[in-house]
Design a protein around this ligand. Structure first.
Ligand SMILES: [Zn+2]
Length: 223
């Protein structure tokens, strides 16, 4: 039991740290957005609570739930988007972090149902641009199903039609970094559309960039 308490505490802290990044980067306002992390090799998840402001949030405020969203430990109700998070963990066992935001530039593209094409390094995630998942009712498993369909086998970030952004990662830190990257890509694409006709990188150029990344390990950018 004590061992579990320590593991809960460590993952709660990482989710809280990701929340602080999300707030600092201006990806959320009020209590919107939600973040979760799955313990590697275990069937439980740490997820942000419903309706608790990020300002003043402590690790103990983060909920521990099972993969069906049932509470295991914590003093709050888990996020209303928990069904989306848990469905992703059940369907994609390699995913150990999920971040959902309503970051404004990305949300603007989600509202008009317009994918963000690979126009610059910030917009290249998993070797290509950022697709849009079909609209589904918030707080239902349907939105998770819609996100999974858009993620397919290789995407790590999608826009949720009329709703926001969803990113996944091998850990919560990667999912958080991608959520920041999506907003930056959306901001740049928005500005580019305002000043002219954006040029989308060709498949060959994307392959070259992927090759460079494989060769040098860290260039350019990540994922
Ligand atoms: Zn939302």
């Amino acid at each position: 039991m004590r061992r579990n308490d320590e593991r809960y505490g460590a993952l709660r802290q990482r989710v809280l740290d990701a929340c602080l990044v999300m707030v600092r980067q201006g990806l959320v306002t009020g209590t919107s957005g939600n973040i979760s992390a799955r313990d590697p090799g275990a069937d439980w998840v740490a997820v942000t609570p419903s309706g608790v402001p990020y300002d003043g949030m402590t690790p103990e405020d983060i909920c521990i739930i099972d993969l069906l969203g049932r509470p295991i430990d914590g003093r709050h109700r888990p996020s209303s988007e928990t069904p989306m998070h848990t469905l992703i963990y059940r369907e994609l066992p390699g995913v150990l972090g999920v971040v959902h935001t309503h970051s404004p530039y990305a949300l603007a593209f989600a509202v008009v149902g317009r994918p963000i094409p690979p126009v610059c390094i910030e917009a290249i995630i998993s070797g290509t641009g950022i697709p849009v998942a079909q609209y589904a009712l918030p707080s239902t498993e349907d939105i998770g199903r819609s996100a999974l369909a858009a993620l397919g086998s290789h995407h790590k970030a999608v826009l949720l039609q009329n709703h926001g952004v969803l990113t996944i990662g091998k850990d919560v830190e990667e999912a958080m970094a991608l959520a920041c990257k999506v907003e930056e890509a959306a901001r740049v694409y928005h500005l580019a559309l305002a000043v002219g006709e954006p040029v989308v990188l060709s498949d060959e150029q994307l392959r070259e960039i992927a090759g460079l990344r494989r060769k040098k390990g860290n260039v350019p950018s990540s994922t």
